[in-house]
Design a protein around this ligand. Structure first.
Ligand code: S3P
Length: 454
C-alpha cells in the first residue's frame, strides 16, 4: 500500500455514539495456528479482517499446506493434526510486519526437520528473535542468522525430528514467547512447563483457546508468585468453533478519544475483556477516567462485554511496573493521557516498548516534546511526564513521524483530534492497516474531520 499522511486541523466535536471494533488480532492469529493443529474442520466468526498481520498469517500457513477458506463471515480451517504441516527444504516464508506470526512460526517449525527461511518487512527484521530462538534451541531446533545482535530476521530454521520437552521460565513477560512455546510444546513428547512470574504475566489467549478446544491438554496452576503452565505434548485434539470478540487494543484508541473530548459518551460493544488485556483500563480508571463495563458474559472461554466511556478530567499516576505487560500495546496512548492529565506521571519498566514495531518509548517521548510536553526519559526504560491540561498548540503545524508504526500513527491522530489548537500531520498512516484497517472510518463515524495526503 502506498504511503499517505493524515492531516488533522479541526478538533472533534462532542459525540454520543455506539460502535463495534474489529475482532481481536491476538486471538485471530492464535485461531489459525491452533485450528491448523487440530483434526477436522474448525470455524470462526468475528476474525479480524483485511489486516496486514492476519493476511500474512493466512498466507504463511497456506504455504505450509493448511487450507483456509472464508465463506460469508466464517473462517474455515481444515486441520490435519499435529506434525501435519507440509514443509520442505528452502521454503521461504514472509511474516510481513507481524511479530506474533514470526515468533509463532519459528515455534511451530521447531519440530520439523527441514531448513526454512523466515523473514519480515524492514521493521520486523529489526526486532529481537533471540528471545524465542534461545528457548527453542533447548528443544533441539537450529537457527542461522546473519545478525548476531538480537539474532534478527531473516533466519534459517531447521527443527528437530526428536524434540525434547520444554521447561521455560518466562522472564520478559511476553505473550508471544509464552504462546509460541505452548505451540511448540504440542509437538514435543511428555509434559512441557512454562513458569510465568506474577509481575510478568502476559495475555493468556493461547492457554484459554487450547483449553476450550480440548480440556486436559493444558493446565495452569497458580502459586503465590508465579503460574505454572503445563502442556501435554503430542496429544491430538479435535477441530473447534470460535466466536472472537472485539480487540481491546483497538477499542482503547476510542476510549482515549472519548476521555479527552468534551461532553462526549461512547459505547463500544462486544469487546474481549480478558483481564490479562485490561492493564490500560486499570491505569485510565486510576487516572480518573469514567469507564464502566456492562453485559459481561463468557464466550468460547473468553470474557466479552460492552465498554461505556464518558469525557473525564484526568489526573496523574505513578504507574505500578507490574501493570505494564498487561497494557503493553496501549502504553503510547497512556503516555498521551498523562500529557493531558493534571500533575506529573511516572512509568517504570517500559523497556519492552523499545522492542516493538518501532522504539515506542523514545518516539512517544519525541512526539510529546515536539508539541511542548515536558518529559524525563531515563535509561530507555522509565519516563516522567509533566502533564499540562491547558496546553494549546496555537496556530503551529506539527509533523509527527511514526516510523511506520501503526499504533503511533493512531496515537498521533487522536492527539490531533483532541489537543486544542494547531495542525497535526501524521506521516505513514498506511501502517494502520496492519492491525486496524477501519480505524479511519470509525473516527469519521464519530464526526472527526481529517484530510488524506498521498
Ligand atoms: C502479542 C503480544 C505482545 C503484543 C503484540 C501481540 C500476542 O507482544 O505487543 O502486539 O499476540 O501475543 P510481546 O509478547 O512481545 O510483548
Amino acid at each position: 500500500m502506498k504511503s499517505f499522511s493524515i492531516i488533522v486541523e479541526k478538533k472533534i466535536n462532542k459525540f454520543n455514539k455506539s460502535i463495534f471494533v474489529p475482532g481481536d488480532k491476538s486471538i485471530s492469529i492464535r485461531y489459525f495456528f491452533l485450528a491448523s493443529q487440530a483434526y477436522g474442520l474448525s470455524r470462526a466468526k468475528g476474525i479480524l479482517e483485511e489486516s496486514g498481520d492476519i493476511l500474512s498469517s493466512i498466507k504463511a500457513l497456506t504455504k505450509l499446506g493448511v487450507r483456509i477458506v472464508k465463506k460469508k463471515k466464517t473462517w474455515f480451517v481444515w486441520g490435519m493434526g499435529l506434525s501435519s504441516l507440509k514443509t520442505r527444504n528452502n521454503l521461504s516464508i514472509d511474516c510481513g510486519n507481524s511479530g506474533t506470526l514470526s515468533r509463532f512460526l519459528l515455534s511451530i517449525l521447531s519440530t520439523y526437520a527441514h531448513r526454512i527461511r523466515i523473514y519480515g518487512d524492514h521493521t520486523l527484521n529489526k526486532r529481537p528473535m533471540d528471545r524465542i530462538m534461545n528457548p527453542l534451541e533447548k528443544i533441539g531446533a537450529f537457527f542461522q542468522t546473519k545478525k548476531k545482535v538480537n539474532r534478527t530476521l531473516p533466519c534459517y530454521i531447521t527443527g528437530s525430528e526428536m524434540p525434547i520437552k520444554i521447561d521455560h521460565e518466562e522472564k520478559i513477560g511476553s505473550g508471544q514467547i509464552k504462546g509460541g512455546l505452548i505451540l511448540a510444546s504440542l509437538g514435543c513428547p511428555g509434559i512441557s512447563t512454562i513458569k510465568e512470574f506474577k509481575n510478568k504475566q502476559s495475555r493468556n489467549h493461547t492457554e484459554k483457546m487450547l483449553k476450550f478446544a480440548r480440556p486436559g491438554i493444558i493446565k495452569v496452576k497458580k502459586f503465590k508468585n508465579y503460574n505454572l503452565i503445563s502442556i501435554k505434548g503430542q496429544k491430538d485434539f479435535k477441530a473447534f468453533n470460535l466466536n472472537v470478540g472485539g480487540d481491546f487494543s483497538s477499542a482503547s484508541f476510542f476510549i482515549l478519544l472519548t476521555l479527552l473530548s468534551k461532553n462526549s459518551r461512547l459505547k463500544i460493544k462486544s469487546v474481549n475483556l480478558n483481564p490479562t488485556r485490561l492493564g490500560a483500563l486499570k491505569i485510565l480508571k486510576k487516572m480518573g477516567g469514567k469507564i464502566t463495563l456492562q453485559n459481561i458474559k463468557f464466550q468460547c472461554g473468553e470474557r466479552i462485554g460492552d465498554i461505556t466511556v464518558k469525557s473525564s478530567n484526568l489526573k496523574s499516576i505513578n504507574c505500578p511496573a507490574s501493570i505494564v505487560p498487561l497494557a503493553i500495546d496501549e502504553m503510547p496512548l497512556i503516555f498521551l493521557a498523562a500529557s493531558f492529565a493534571n500533575g506529573i506521571s511516572s512509568f517504570r519498566a517500559c523497556g519492552e516498548l523499545e522492542k516493538k514495531e518501532s522504539p515506542r518509548l523514545s518516539l512517544m517521548n519525541k512526539m510529546l516534546n515536539q508539541i511542548g510536553i515536558r518529559t524525563k526519559l531515563i535509561d530507555r526504560d522509565s519516563i516522567k511526564i509533566y502533564g499540562n491540561p491547558n496546553l494549546n498548540l496555537n496556530n503551529r503545524t506539527y509533523r509527527i513521524q511514526t516510523a511506520y508504526d501503526h499504533r503511533l500513527s493512531m496515537v498521533g491522530i487522536i492527539l490531533g483530534l483532541t489537543f486544542p489548537g494547531g495542525k497535526i500531520i501524521v506521516e505513514d498512516c498506511n501502517s494502520i492497516a496492519t492491525s486496524f484497517p477501519n480505524f479511519l472510518n470509525l473516527v469519521k463515524q464519530l464526526g472527526a474531520k481529517y484530510e488524506i495526503k498521498k
